[in-house]
Write a protein that binds this ligand. Structure first.
Ligand SMILES: Nc1ncnc2c1ncn2[C@@H]1O[C@H](COP(=O)(O)OP(=O)(O)OP(=O)(O)O)[C@@H](O)[C@H]1O
Length: 293
C-alpha cells in the first residue's frame, strides 16, 4: 500500500491555483523529499496531508485513510516550526508528555537519542538555543511513533550542528520502516537525505524518482562562449551536450558534463573559443524545463 496518495488534487486561493491537478503516489517506508521552488504548492499539499487544508477537488489518502482519520489514529506526525514549548518543563518531561498522548509511543530514550537530546534531557526548554529548540520539536513529532512523519522545510531555522543531528535522526527514523516526507527547496538536501524525490512545480508533480534520476534531469551546467560568425554545426555532438542555443554572437551549451564539454570545445570542435564561462543551471530553471516539456 502507498503511504501517501494524491489523486487529481486541486486547491485554489482566490485566483491563485496553489495545487493544480497533483497526482502522486509515495510508497511506505523510507524518506521522500517534496522538492520545488517557492510557491510550487509544497506547503499547501502538506497542509492537506495533515487535514489542515481542504482540497477543492480530488482525494488525498494517508495509508488508505483520509488525512483526518490518519491524524485521529495517531498515524501521522508533523513538526510545527512555530510551536511554543511549554515553559518550566525540561526536555525529557515534554517529550515524555507528548509520547504519553499516543497509544504506542517510542521509548523515551530512543526519541532523545534520535533527536540528539540525550545530553540536554534535564535542561529547561527556556534555556535552549534556537537550533536545540527545533530538535525538541522534532522529538515531539516522533515521540508518538507516527507511521508517516511530515516536515515542512524542517531545517530552515537550524544551525549547522542541529541540522546534522536532525538528518541523522531522520535517516534513523525512516530506516525503521516508517515513512518520512519533507519539503525542501534544495536539491542538495533532497539528494543527501531522501530515498526518493518528488518534484513539484506550479502545483503539479513534474518528476518523481531516485535522487540520482532527479539530479540527472535537473542537474547540468551551462557553457557559454563567443562564437562570432563561426558555424555552430556539430556543437550538439560534443560530449555531455543536451541543448545548444545561439544568442547573438554567443553560443550557450547545456551540458551534463561541463569538464568534458569544455575540453572537447578546445580539442575537437575546430573553433576558436573566446570568453568561455561555465555556470550552474539553477534548479528553478531546471524545474521550468521539466514543467514545459
Ligand atoms: N492561505 C493562502 N491564501 C492565499 N494564497 C495562498 C495561501 N496559501 C498559499 N497561497 C499561495 O499558493 C501558492 C502555493 O503556495 P505554497 O505555500 O503551497 O507553496 P510552497 O511550495 O510551499 O512555497 P514556499 O517554498 O515558498 O513555502 C503560492 O502562490 C501562495 O502565495
Amino acid at each position: 500500500m502507498e503511504a501517501i496518495r494524491f489523486s487529481q488534487v486541486h486547491k485554489s486561493f482566490g485566483s491563485v491555483r496553489a495545487v493544480d491537478g497533483l497526482d502522486l503516489e509515495l510508497p511506505a517506508g523510507g524518506s521522500v523529499a517534496l522538492l520545488g521552488p517557492n510557491g510550487a504548492g509544497k506547503s499547501t499539499s502538506i497542509g492537506m496531508l495533515l487535514g489542515l487544508v481542504k482540497a477543492d477537488s480530488g482525494t488525498v489518502d494517508v495509508l488508505g485513510a483520509t488525512p483526518a482519520e490518519a491524524v485521529d489514529r495517531g498515524w501521522i506526525g508533523a513538526m510545527l516550526q512555530e510551536a511554543e514549548l511549554p515553559e518550566g518543563l525540561t526536555v525529557k518531561e515534554i517529550v515524555a508528555f507528548v509520547g504519553g498522548l499516543y497509544p504506542e509511543p517510542l521509548p523515551l530514550g530512543e526519541v532523545l537519542e534520535m533527536a540528539d537530546l540525550t545530553d540536554l534531557a534535564g535542561r529547561r526548554v527556556t534555556r535552549l538555543s534556537g537550533g536545540q529548540a527545533q530538535r525538541v520539536r522534532f522529538a515531539m513529532a516522533i515521540a508518538g511513533a507516527p507511521r508517516v512523519l511530515v516536515l515542512d522545510e524542517p531545517t530552515a531555522a537550524m544551525d549547522v550542528e542541529s541540522r546534522r543531528a536532525f538528518w541523522t535522526g531522520i535517516r534513523g527514523y525512516a530506516a525503521s520502516g516508517r515513512t518520512v516526507l519533507f519539503a525542501t527547496h534544495y536539491l542538495e538536501e533532497a539528494d543527501e537525505n531522501a530515498d526518493r524525490v518528488a518534484v513539484i512545480a506550479r502545483g503539479r508533480a513534474v518528476a518523481d524518482g531516485t535522487p540520482a534520476e532527479i539530479k540527472r534531469l535537473a542537474g547540468g551546467r551551462r557553457v557559454r562562449f563567443t562564437l562570432g560568425d563561426q558555424p555552430s554545426a556539430g556543437l550538439d555532438r560534443l560530449p555531455g551536450v543536451v541543448e545548444v542555443l545561439v544568442q547573438g554572437h554567443s553560443a550557450v551549451l547545456r551540458t551534463t558534463d561541463s569538464d568534458a564539454t569544455a575540453a572537447a570545445l578546445f580539442t575537437e570542435s575546430g573553433l576558436r573559443i573566446k570568453d568561455l564561462e561555465i555556470t550552474g543551471v539553477g534548479l528553478e530553471e531546471a524545474f521550468l524545463t521539466l514543467t514545459s516539456s
